[in-house]
Design a protein around this ligand. Structure first.
Ligand code: GLV
Length: 310
């Protein structure tokens, strides 16, 4: 079997090759752009493959995403439509994402956003102590990541709700589903956390109308994709004071352009898409498991349903 690693970051591909070689003896691992005989390649492990590369592999049987999101594959019209795509689900990355979310929620919950400003003003002033059990946190997206975030926030004592495309049950979490459930969900989010996949149904879901549904003075955290947010609407909500603050790990354009107003907005915190970095030493396990399943003719895990977009 020949596997092709395709990522613009060649040093990452070399790390992957070493980790995979140790676990898959007898498998040939090639690193793009050294494709060799394209007809021999049966499996591609890809992150942001340049358009056309995956289409040039006529014997391809499986594409494994090297990131948890698969929008990089589904947005590329040249990716063959009949080849199954497997998402990457790495519990270690899910834990990283959850840590970021906990930090961000605590930041707004304990008013560190305001205390940061107080410090800049050398102002020694106490704000009312918030009641954790009354702080309503809402998770937009209740998949693997959202569910883990909800679980950890519950453990800290927050009042947690979640919204998902189709209805889900998570112990201790008030759940809402579908377009019909969105407004009621947003209306009870003092802190809104987005962990949704970017699909045609979720693009721009955090827009003026959605932001207007949030309680006055709510905060927003996005660790998913910038395309979920209409940034002009977000800036307007921050400027009007409706939205107290935002912590954004993702933006529409990445890297965020130097001149972008989000960089300098006093109530926005930006991090450079680091909430959950693909970590080959831990991500290799779930990927190898799927490759062995393919070899043994067993059902594959985390397959993308193209119609739903993730
Ligand atoms: C990162 O954004 C990923 O999808 O893994």
């Amino acid at each position: 079997v020949v596997i092709l690693l395709v990522t613009p970051r060649v040093e990452k591909a070399l790390e992957w090759r070493e980790l995979l070689a140790a676990r898959l003896p007898g498998v040939e691992l090639r690193v793009w752009p050294e494709v060799g005989d394209a007809a021999q390649v049966e499996i591609a492990l890809a992150w942001k493959a340049p358009p056309g590369v995956l289409a040039s592999l006529p014997s391809l049987r499986l594409i494994c995403s090297l990131g948890m999101g698969v929008d990089h594959l589904l947005d590329d019209a040249t990716v063959p439509r009949d080849v199954p795509i497997a998402r990457l689900v790495d519990p270690n990355m899910v834990a990283q994402m959850s840590e970021y979310v906990l930090y961000a929620v605590l930041h707004f919950h304990r008013r560190f956003d305001v205390y940061d400003r107080f410090q800049r003003e050398q102002r020694w002033e106490e704000l009312p102590l918030p009641d954790t059990a009354k702080r309503r946190v809402g998770i937009l997206g209740l998949g693997t990541i959202g569910t883990e975030c909800a679980r950890r926030l519950l453990a800290l004592g927050f009042d947690v709700a979640g919204w998902s495309r189709s209805s889900r049950t998570v112990a201790g979490v008030e759940t809402f589903a579908g377009p019909g459930g969105l407004d009621a969900f947003l209306g009870r989010c003092d802190i809104l956390v987005s962990v949704l996949p970017l699909t045609s149904a979720t693009a721009g879901i955090v827009n003026e109308a959605a932001l207007a549904r949030l309680p006055e003075g709510a905060s927003f955290v996005n660790v998913a994709r910038g395309g979920l947010v209409v940034e002009a609407d977000l800036l307007a909500a921050l400027d009007s004071g409706r939205l107290a603050g935002a912590m954004l790990d993702v933006t529409q354009a990445e890297p965020l352009p130097v001149q972008h107003p989000l960089w300098r907005h006093p109530r926005v915190r930006i991090t450079p898409h680091i909430a959950g970095l693909t970590n080959p030493p831990t991500a290799v396990g779930p990927i190898v498991e799927n490759l062995l399943r393919l070899r043994d003719g067993l059902p594959l895990l985390h397959l993308v349903e193209r119609a739903r977009g993730y």
